[in-house]
Write a protein that binds this ligand. Structure first.
Ligand code: LLP
Length: 389
């Protein structure tokens, strides 16, 4: 099957709505990531896939087979990753509220390290590791107070956000860790936000990390691993023209601006940029409804299947896979009893008829995984290219 096309014949016998993942594009994206990360960092750049973006088992298997590590934020994600073949020594685990069973799971699996977000959490990890007579590797998530030019709900690196440890407390936490027997300080972790397209935001993060490292070195503290989180955005407006994000620019930004010490390892946690463009939500048009001032295309997918437009006013390009007639202007809406159940307003699409297949593009990240059963709807199934061959 040609890269970028949809197996529309097979779609006809498939219950809608469903997610469709173009695995040729996913593999091309993964190849680009590996090539560009190696070009910039040799063996010192380590890319972890942020599982929160999409934990579909088939997708996870492809990503683990490509050799990426995993960034998990729950025990459930750690289980999914182990199950999909990720090597435990490439799994990192973050989150402000880790439960005891989740910490124990990470300890039992011998994951690479915990990204710790508070002193009380550090103490609990020390205690639980002690009960197992183990030493947990810990990295501290520092809130760098660097803003990202993105939606307010997905910026995380400001002092007002709940994430991480304040910069002013960084030295204190490292000192506390040194007094605890069952934790080993192995690194610093940062993340400023998501859907970032302005490389200047990452430059600001690099500058901040450089300052913090200089300060630590004045106290003879050396850091083995720097983890800069994720956040690289995708082109939601042009999924066909820009199917693979500009990883070259992204990694080069870090190579140029971050003063990585010899032997220091740089870790990335990319989610959206890895899987975003390869996924589409496929839905059927149920009705075309003419209202006084506009026309609605009412489709069988709703905000329960893809919540991003309702939650973040996010835009997903919509394409009619069944029609090449002239374009008309539609509000594309779902069947859910909520007025925010709108995918797009006043958007031009090839003339729609009942039964046409629409593809909501760039839905591979934070789509299927954020689906809910509101209104007693079934969860959408996720298919990959190979399922239709
Ligand atoms: N690392 C940490 C610590 C994170 O909090 C996140 C995302 C990532 C990595 C991955 O970020 P990415 O490379 O995907 O930008 N549901 C929202 C996005 C929430 C992102 C949360 N954290 C959306 O649909 O836009």
């Amino acid at each position: 099957m040609k890269d970028g096309s949809f197996p529309i014949e097979q779609f006809r016998t498939t219950k809608t709505p469903f997610y469709y993942y173009d695995t040729a594009l996913l593999r091309r994206t993964l190849d680009t990531i590996k090539t560009e990360a190696t070009r910039c960092g040799g063996g010192n750049y380590h890319v972890h896939y942020a599982v929160k973006a999409n934990a579909n088992r088939k997708i996870l298997r492809i990503i683990s087979a490509a050799g990426l590590g995993a960034d998990c934020v729950s025990g459930g994600e750690i289980k999914a990753c182990l199950d999909a073949g990720f090597s435990p020594d490439k799994i990192v685990y973050a989150g402000v509220g880790k439960s005891d069973w989740e910490i124990n799971l990470g300890l039992d699996a011998d994951i690479a390290y915990f990204n710790v977000e508070s002193i009380p959490e550090l103490e609990v990890i020390d205690q639980l590791a002690g009960e197992k007579e183990k030493v947990a590797r810990v990295s501290f998530r520092i809130n760098p107070d660097v803003g990202a030019h993105t939606h307010a709900n997905i910026t995380t690196g400001l002092a007002e956000n709940k994430f991480g440890i304040a910069m002013a407390d960084m030295k204190k936490v490292i000192d506390i860790a040194a007094t605890l027997k069952h934790v080993e300080f192995v690194g610093l972790h940062f993340h400023i936000g998501s859907q970032i397209l302005d490389m200047g935001d990452f430059v600001a993060l690099c500058n901040r990390i450089n300052e913090l490292q200089d300060e630590l070195e004045r106290h003879q503290i050396r850091v083995k691993n720097i983890n800069v989180g994720g956040g690289l955005g995708i082109d939601y407006q042009h999924p066909n023209e820009v199917p693979v994000p500009n990883f070259a620019d992204y990694f080069q930004t870090y190579r140029k601006h971050l003063n990585l010490r010899p032997d220091q390892q740089l870790h990335f946690e990319l989610g959206r940029a890895v899987v975003g463009q390869c996924g589409s939500l496929i839905t059927r048009v149920l009705y075309i409804k003419q209202a006084t001032y506009k026309q609605f295309a009412i489709v069988d997918a709703g905000m329960t299947d893809l919540i991003r437009p309702a939650l973040y006013q996010a835009f997903h390009f919509i394409e009619n896979l069944s029609s090449d007639e002239h374009k008309e202007t539609y509000d594309v809406v779902g069947p859910i009893c909520e007025s925010s159940d709108v995918f797009v307003k006043a958007f031009d699409i090839n003339r729609c008829h009942r039964g046409d297949f629409l593809a909501l593009r760039s839905a591979g990240a934070y789509g299927e995984i954020m689906a809910s059963r509101y209104n007693c709807r079934e969860l959408p199934v996720g298919y990959i290219t190979e399922d239709f061959e």
